[in-house]
Ligand binder design. Structure first.
Ligand code: GRF
Length: 227
């Protein structure tokens, strides 16, 4: 359904978070899916569901930065309210981040600031963490360092494999990402500078879902009540 909150999704691979967004978003709609990988299965799902897709293959550009600039121009052309990274396996250049501060969202498969970067499930097991999970955060110029929106956590079971843990965390991702994007679309979650604010209703919802927000998710976060 069309509404006032168009979002663009960027992905590089299977697109299960994108699929969850198509099924569970409210008060936002996906106006385009953009990829650096023409063969990404997520693009096929988008096409099958009548969502516009754009792929920018590295081999069609003289340099990687030229490819990225084409992706950024395509994203800009939609004038979306939010740019949602859903397994987009590229570093985003600082000038693009800076001109879109507070408008780029990512989901990361760990409880940040633990385990930024890759292979998070293996690293959580190696570190003998008691719990693991995922984090929705706004994107800044660093790698997985932007302001945290919400986290979903799970206890690591004794002897659990990285594959099993990854599957359980992915299911949490599919719950929390559409929830976070929908709440941003409704203005129940907002950001000013690096400070993320939540409405009373959103706080109650997060509690109901068992999601961590604000200081509970990120002890350094400032605590304010949004609208
Ligand atoms: C997810 O684990 C997400 O946390 C990370 O990339 C992966 C994407 O998976 N950013 P999918 O393509 O959404 O299935």
């Amino acid at each position: 359904m069309q509404n006032n909150f168009p979002i663009v999704v960027l992905l590089s691979g299977r697109g299960s978070n994108f699929q969850a967004l198509t099924q569970r978003l409210s008060d936002a709609h996906i106006c385009a899916v953009i990829s650096d990988k023409p063969e990404a299965p997520g693009l096929e799902f988008a096409r099958d569901h009548g969502i516009k897709t754009f792929a920018f293959d590295r081999q069609d550009f003289p340099t990687k930065i030229a490819q990225k600039e084409a992706i950024y121009s395509a994203v800009d052309s939609f004038k979306s309210k939010l740019i949602v990274l859903a397994g987009f396996m590229q570093i985003i250049e600082a000038p693009f981040v800076e001109r879109n501060l507070g408008r780029i969202l990512n989901i990361h498969p760990s409880l940040l600031p633990r385990h930024p970067g890759l292979h998070t499930h293996e690293r959580a097991l190696e570190a003998k963490d008691e719990e693991h999970g995922c984090t929705v955060h706004f994107v800044d110029a660093g790698v997985d360092t932007g302001p945290v929106v919400a986290q979903a956590a799970t206890k690591i079971a004794p002897g659990e494999s990285a594959e099993a843990l990854a599957g359980r965390v992915l299911a949490l991702e599919h719950d929390i990402y559409p929830w976070a994007v929908s709440n941003i679309a409704r203005g129940e979650i907002s950001i000013l500078g690096r400070e993320v604010s939540y409405s009373v209703r959103c706080r109650a919802e997060a509690d109901g879902h068992g999601f961590r927000i604000g200081r509970e998710a990120c002890p350094q976060a400032a605590e304010t009540n949004g609208a």
